[in-house]
Design a protein around this ligand. Structure first.
Ligand code: NAD
Length: 251
């Protein structure tokens, strides 16, 4: 493994990880960047550069132009379908096998953790491969066979929308409750590839720290805020996480 560019891992963190009881990992768009999925800031590429995210990822945008929003998500869905899990996703599968308990929380909608083999992933922002009725929020099946843009709900003929959480919407209550319980219980909290600007997930790390957990950040961007981090690693997740696992557990 090429380690020249990777930050050293302090002995104190190695000891903490070897003794960890419950590790919580929060991932954001950055962990999938090396799989070729643009992060929030990068993703309005190509055809879509003329649109602001408010024109694509809000309930108001869908009300204004449902076909535009549906088409944007269809485009993103294809990008995500073609992407493959990268070494960072695989390293988290490995991590779960090394510690007594791990809870994986993701803000990503791409399903790459599950495709890498992670079980029981808590999806805070939904999943782009699912869809729901815009009227009652209930899941809709069979929409992929529809030729309408967007498809219609087979129950009420309402519009079908992507099964993701948009800006200004609440997180799914069960996922949020599981996440909050895990944040209260954990003794180590990892924040990986997230700008920590989107609530409520942004406050998970400070809350874990307040309760005495060790907080570890892995992010490419040195400007990422949060004074709370105990350990900050400025590195690409796909290079750093396998290195961390190998350093701590020798695998
Ligand atoms: P963000 O785009 O706001 O932040 C991404 C972070 O990842 C940045 O801080 C960046 O510095 C960091 N980063 C980029 N490449 C990295 C790498 N190789 N290794 C480590 N860090 C790296 O994303 P966010 O905080 O997750 O929030 C934006 C919202 O948009 C979330 O809801 C998210 O689900 C959604 N989103 C999801 C996907 C996806 O499912 N893959 C992609 C784009 C956006």
């Amino acid at each position: 493994m090429q380690t020249n560019d990777l930050p050293p891992i302090p002995e104190s963190l190695i000891g903490t990880l070897l003794a960890a009881r419950h590790v919580v990992v929060l991932t954001g768009a950055g962990i999938s960047a090396e799989s070729g999925i643009p992060t929030f800031r990068d993703r309005a590429e190509g055809l879509w550069t003329k649109y602001a995210m408010e024109d694509l990822s809000t309930p108001a945008a869908f009300r204004r132009d449902p076909a535009l929003v549906w088409d944007w998500y269809a485009h993103l869905r294809e990008t995500m379908r073609q992407a493959q899990p990268n070494p960072a996703h695989h390293a988290l599968v490995e991590l779960a096998q090394r510690v007594p308990r791990m809870t994986l929380l993701t803000q990503n909608i791409d399903g790459l953790h599950q495709r890498a083999g992670s079980a029981d992933v808590i999806e805070l922002h939904g999943n782009i491969f699912r869809a729901k009725c815009d009227s009652d929020g209930e899941p809709v099946e069979g929409w992929e066979q529809s030729h309408e843009t967007p498809p219609r709900c087979p129950r009420c003929d309402g519009l079908v929308r992507p099964g993701v959480v948009w800006f200004g919407e609440h997180l799914p209550s069960a996922a949020l409750a599981t996440a909050e319980a895990a944040v209260r219980d954990c003794d180590v909290f990892f924040s990986i590839g997230t700008s920590s600007e989107v609530e409520p997930a942004a406050s998970f790390a400070p809350r874990a720290l307040d309760r005495g957990a060790t907080v570890v950040m892995v992010n490419l961007d040195v400007r990422t805020s949060a004074a709370a981090w105990l350990y900050r690693f400025h590195a690409k997740a796909g290079g750093f996480l396998p290195f961390l696992i190998q350093t701590v557990w020798g695998v």
